[in-house]
Design a protein around this ligand. Sequence first.
Ligand SMILES: [Zn+2]
Length: 151
Amino acid sequence: MECEMCGRKTTKTNRVRIDHAILNVCDTCAKFGEPVNPIHGYDKVRYNKPDEITVTIPEKKPSYVRTGPRPTPKPKPKRKPNVEELDIVPEYAELIKEARSRHSMTQEDLAKKILERKHVLSNIERGELLPDIKTARKLEKALGIKLVESA
Ligand SMILES: [Zn+2]
């Protein structure tokens, strides 16, 4: 067996690629080339399909789409610490309505008196909106009733 590079007699040749040529060369010349592995058909793929290079463009996601996990909402504390524990009485709606009638006030009158919007008061009187302590205090004062109780 002869080395195809230097022509020296050799017992074992190495299949290498040198300058785009596949040569069977001796161990010394093999250092100048790139080893070729015919089992995996490396050179076949490389030389038979030179133009079939597929460029994969990563799909762009719209910026408004959230990809990460949603932040988990923090559990709301049931009561604020260091605040007097007060509750609105459950029958607040009836109490307000009755007291307002006693005072011959319209919802608008009462709303003006407590500096609240009429539809807010309307919702409160229907029992659909629980007034906050501040609003309840104003209603108590305006109507002479008790709406807030200690828990
Ligand atoms: Zn050689």
